[in-house]
Design a protein around this ligand. Structure first.
Ligand SMILES: [Zn+2]
Ligand SMILES: [Zn+2]
Length: 548
């Protein structure tokens, strides 16, 4: 036993679906698990994605022994280049995960200096006081791993994203034997994927998708457009096999899809014969009933291929009358509204749309309740920490733990930034550190704060009012008539009365020569507009000196 505490510091993924990042700390040494991003919710205007707040690590850079990545999904890998810029620690990942990470590092110009190490399930790596053993888990992307981390304070197990699929697409089920062995060794703490904690029973095997795809392929009169995540490599494999069975060619639409498939094929994780996969421009010239297209955009992102097709703004090609669109994915929590809008628009534009509510064209990559219980039974941890989920998922996962005999006081439902400490085999709450959002907007990281988000929201909701004032340079008083323009607030001809009142208010205020006139006008007009319309447009006042 050790005298130093073992600390778990969740920086992302606890209390949300996305941007997973967990820090394991023992004494002076630190291990980082995953570096994910989260996609913005509807109300986060203009934000590309969100990365974890890893400020906690910035003064501890020399203490980070390694960054371990469990699998190649964006919510585990997407922030790797942001993290690596500040924390140039060695990265450990399986071959496919590494391949997908390399693409990101290459784009960010960081690949040359990155220290990447390939591991495979069964390997053990020593990183300072941590002995990290990788074990295979099934998920919706091949080559996913869970982690058994041996520390002087005890053994910690992290499930990674997992399910117990007996017939996975790549034929490689979760390593039950290893899980049982870990349970026998004695596990201090288990951290496990909570995504589907509300879902009873077992998650169906990926194998159920094959017959569903067969039905779609048999019935489709024209082209088939299959939408999924570019990182759902297993689904791309299933689509390729379905295309081969039904004598269609497959073509990839979108850079991320093309890049990921190239890497996965090179590394042997995707088997697609050359003749089956053809370039898009060739596919577009073929008879529609011979073509299947693989595209991104199942979350309703307006700039994605399916998003653009739904609004008739895709440049390379448009929907055809007999097209069948298959959404082989499920909305990420928060995206439901946009996804449904995209489905409606695609239907409106004449496509036949098939999604998981009407046919089993998607199964989850995450364990359901019975699998979660089985994992806990096999591992039999002293302490249980649900991870990877919104608070309701974490709570539900904790109550599943209670149902199989893990007492409440040995379960820790914590959110980002709430540190857990293990001292002499006992768990206690540590300090609270920042665990919020860092917005990435175009090329800017973290320069869009909550203040800017509030301004964008207000602009989108209530529009703005622009007031142009000319001031007498000598007296500082208003000279001439104020000009008032509005955008997105009121329709000018209908609101002439309101704008008259606003001009009158400006004239009254502009009669005095006090300082801070623009601010005063912004404030007073804000009040006037709210009183009259119950809306709060952004009021901007510009002043210029009158030439006279
Ligand atoms: Zn995943
Ligand atoms: Zn995940």
């Amino acid at each position: 036993m050790s005298d130093k505490p073992l600390r778990l510091v969740p920086l992302g993924g606890l209390g949300e679906v996305g941007k997973n990042m967990m820090v394991v700390e023992y004494g002076h040494d630190i291990l980082v698990i995953d570096t994910g991003i989260m996609f913005p919710e509807n109300d986060m205007l203009g934000i590309d994605y969100i990365i974890p707040d890893f400020g906690y690590l910035k003064d501890k850079v020399d203490r980070v022994r390694g960054i371990v990545i469990t699998h190649g999904h964006e919510d585990h890998t997407g922030a790797i280049h942001h993290i690596l810029e500040d924390i140039p620690a060695p990265i450990y990942a399986t071959a496919l995960t590494r391949g997908l990470i390399e693409v990101k590092l290459q784009r960010a110009g960081l690949l040359k200096d990155a220290r990447l190490h390939t591991v495979q399930a069964g390997d053990t790596v020593r990183l300072g006081p941590f002995r990290v053993e990788f074990f295979h888990v099934c998920h919706s992307i091949p080559d996913g791993v869970g982690l058994a981390i041996d520390t002087p304070a005890g053994l910690v197990v992290h499930s990674g994203d997992f399910k117990f699929d007996h017939t996975p697409v790549d034929g490689w089920p979760t390593d039950f034997g290893k899980l049982a062995e870990l349970g026998q060794r004695g596990v201090l703490a288990l951290m496990a994927d909570s995504t589907n904690a509300e879902r009873p029973g077992w998650t169906p095997s990926e194998a159920v998708i094959d017959p569903a795809f067969d039905d779609v392929f048999r019935a489709a009169p024209g082209r088939i457009l299959i939408g999924t995540f570019a990182s759902l490599i297993s689904r791309i494999q299933q689509a390729a096999r379905a295309a081969a069975r039904h004598d269609r060619v497959l073509s990839l639409v979108g850079t991320s899809m093309v890049d990921n498939v190239r890497i996965a094929r090179q590394l042997g994780y995707l088997t697609i014969p050359d003749g089956l996969l053809i370039p898009l421009d060739e596919a577009l010239k073929m008879k529609p009933q011979r073509v299947a297209l693989m595209c991104t955009g199942t979350q309703g992102e307006p700039s994605s291929i399916l998003g653009r097709l739904s609004t008739a703004t895709n440049r390379q090609f448009d929907l055809l009358p007999d097209d069948t669109v298959v959404l082989s994915s499920h909305p990420i929590p928060g995206n439901e509204e946009t996804v449904h809008r995209t489905i409606n628009r695609l239907l409106q534009r004449g496509a036949n749309v098939i999604y998981d509510a009407i046919a089993p064209v998607h199964v989850s990559g995450h364990a359901s309740q019975e699998e979660m219980k089985l994992l806990m039974q096999l591992i039999r941890p002293q302490y249980f920490v649900p991870v990877h989920g919104e608070l309701r998922h974490l709570k539900m996962h904790a109550s599943l733990a209670h149902s199989i005999g893990i007492p409440a006081e040995r379960t820790a439902v914590v959110e980002n930034g709430m540190v857990l400490e293990f001292r002499e085999g006992k768990m206690q709450a540590g300090e609270r550190i920042p665990g919020g959002y860092v917005f990435v907007d175009g090329r800017g990281v973290g320069d869009v704060g909550p203040e800017v988000m509030r301004e964008r929201e207000s602009l989108a909701r209530d529009g703005f009012v622009l007031v142009n004032l000319r001031l007498n340079p000598k007296t500082g008083k208003l000279a001439g008539e104020p000009e008032i323009h509005t955008r997105g607030f009121v329709h000018a001809p209908d609101a002439e009365e309101l704008l008259q009142a606003a001009r009158q208010k400006v004239r009254e205020l502009g009669g005095g020569s006090e300082n801070g006139l623009p601010e005063k006008i912004e404030r007073e007009l804000g009040k006037l507009f709210y009183a009259e319309t119950k809306r709060r447009p952004m009021v901007l006042v510009f002043t210029s000196s009158s030439g006279s």
